[in-house]
Design a protein around this ligand. Structure first.
Ligand SMILES: Cc1cc2nc3c(=O)[nH]c(=O)nc-3n(C[C@H](O)[C@H](O)[C@H](O)COP(=O)(O)OP(=O)(O)OC[C@H]3O[C@@H](n4cnc5c(N)ncnc54)[C@H](O)[C@@H]3O)c2cc1C
Length: 290
């Protein structure tokens, strides 16, 4: 018996790719580092694909990094290795990328793929949440822009229509903001490990007063944990923060961080580490722009 071969498409241009997606529901393949794992069927055996595959990793329209006023636009199909080399990419994002997998995966894996895969342990996601990233989705009918926190709905669940491609990730005001931003990942080792906990902190200070502050936690819930209500309580406070203020914020996050036990870690460990990372970030005496 001849096995049925699933159709694959690789168009030269983005508009042709979008037209095909408008006609037919396909699996989009960027670097393929998640798609290949998700659909693997056995050693030496071709992937088992429920739908046709459409390649997008070669499309130059999805590989540009550019500045538009103060905003940074990153093409969804830029690989991690390309982003590490690019002068416009903020250092904290490069630091997060350096913790992802090993160079071979970083040569294939893309930022857009990390977002659309929507894993709770996706390493770029905590930072993209604190950068208030917006996503530009393109289809034959035009573009729409959506907040990353609205796009990601749960593990492997995103708000993408069948005919859309994530074209760009937009980091608003990131190029002139003067904020101190950190990313921390706790895993079994420093590289090539999936996160047990991820944390991103963002703080902008003027004359020792907090103008803006944001936190996001990864791998401790179905999506990134962020609370704008808790963040607002710190705006206007003076650095260094009083112990009572730090304790209040940590207690507020303790109520909303609800991790699970799995093969990588326990809920108790994850929660303790997440809150320790937050406490450490809030206890700093000074914050340098980066
Ligand atoms: C050995 C190994 C180690 C890894 N280590 C890490 C790690 O440390 N940290 C981490 O965060 N991840 C890790 N990953 C996961 C993976 O490498 C990343 O999530 C990567 O960013 C996925 O990008 P990709 O281009 O390969 O995505 P793909 O596999 O091509 O796609 C992933 C998903 O996104 C969709 N998609 C991709 N691009 C678009 C687009 N532009 N528009 C719409 N939909 C799109 C695809 O249809 C698919 O559902 C690892 C994977 C492997 C195999």
């Amino acid at each position: 018996m001849v096995e049925k071969i699933t159709a694959t498409y690789r168009f030269d241009r983005l508009d042709q790719t979008l037209s095909q997606l408008n006609r037919e529901d396909c699996i989009i393949m960027a670097g393929g580092t998640d798609v290949m794992v998700l659909h693997k069927s056995g050693r030496g055996v071709p992937l088992k694909l429920p739908k046709p595959l459409i390649f997008i990793d070669h499309l130059s329209e999805l590989q540009r990094v550019y500045q538009n006023h103060k905003d940074l636009h990153i093409g969804a199909c830029c690989t991690y290795s390309e982003l590490l080399e690019h002068p416009l990419i903020p250092v904290p994002l490069k630091n997060a990328i350096k913790t992802i997998a090993a160079p071979a995966i970083r040569n294939r894996g893309t930022l857009g793929g990390n977002i659309c895969n929507a894993s709770p342990a996706g390493d770029t996601l905590p930072l993209l949440y604190v950068y208030n990233a917006k996503l530009l989705l393109r289809s034959v009918t035009g573009d729409r822009i959506v907040e990353i926190s609205d796009f990601i709905q749960g593990p492997r669940r995103v708000q993408r229509n069948q005919n859309e491609i994530l074209a760009e990730i937009i980091l608003p005001s990131v190029l002139e903001e003067g904020a101190h931003v950190v990313f921390e990942k706790v895993g079994n080792r420093n590289a090539d490990a999936i996160a047990k906990v991820g944390f991103a902190g963002y703080i902008r200070i003027s004359d020792a007063r907090i103008e803006d502050v944001r936190f996001a936690f990864g791998a401790v819930g179905p999506t990134m944990v962020r609370s704008i209500d808790i963040e607002k309580k710190l705006v206007g406070k003076t650095i260094p923060l009083a112990n009572v203020d730090i304790a209040q914020v940590v207690a507020a996050f303790e109520k909303i961080i609800r991790p699970i036990d799995d093969q990588r870690s326990t809920a108790t460990y994850r929660k303790t580490v997440a809150l320790n990372l937050l406490r450490y970030f809030l206890s700093k005496k000074q914050y340098q722009e980066n």
